[in-house]
Design a protein around this ligand. Structure first.
Ligand code: ADP
Length: 161
């Protein structure tokens, strides 16, 4: 049987419990899961790519078949280099669907041999996004149950200076 490697790409600025819920579910489905951070200079991230990698590595340390990496350029080129046949994305609400559909079909056009797989998080995380987490932190709200404790500490340090 061929081993199936999946890539879970994203910004992860920072990783949330929603991302981790998906990573844990996917780690049971695929032989190997590569969480791939896009080093995207177009966005204005709160955390550097190095900080985001560090937080993710800490958060997935208990999952032996999960790896954290970074990539530049076309996702499908990176997937081919890594021998991955699956791209994993999360769908929270209908609002995610249109954008994700466009991306998935474009990626299929570029690399027909690679499949995009969508997964749903636990309902409790279906409203959770890195953007909202940062907003709540800036306004002084609690991040408990939204991000791992180590991530919460780092956001507070960053936001409060
Ligand atoms: P991007 O900039 O690529 O959207 P994100 O880090 O925001 O990067 O998200 C990466 C992937 O994780 C996307 O497919 C997104 O839909 C998914 N995702 C984000 N938050 C959640 C969540 N709470 N539950 C499930 N999937 C999520």
């Amino acid at each position: 049987m061929r081993q199936v490697t999946a890539i879970y790409p994203g910004s992860f600025d920072p990783v949330t419990n929603g991302h981790l819920d998906l990573i844990e579910r996917a780690s049971k489905l695929f032989d190997r899961l590569i969480v791939a951070l896009l080093s995207n200079p177009e966005k204005d991230p709160l955390f550097t790519i190095g900080e985001r990698v560090e937080m993710l590595r800490e958060a997935v340390a208990h999952l032996p078949n999960v790896e954290v990496d970074t990539f530049d350029g076309l996702l499908v080129d990176y997937a081919r280099r890594r021998g991955a046949r699956v791209l994993l994305r999360g769908i929270r609400a209908v609002s995610d669907y249109e954008y994700e559909l466009q991306m998935a079909l474009m990626n299929r056009q570029l690399a027909p041999e690679i499949e995009t797989v969508f997964m749903l998080p636990a309902e409790a995380y279906s409203y959770l996004s890195s953007r909202l987490v940062k907003e709540v932190a800036r306004l002084g709200g609690s991040l408990k149950a939204l991000v791992p404790p180590a991530v919460e500490e780092r956001i507070r340090a960053k936001v409060l200076g």
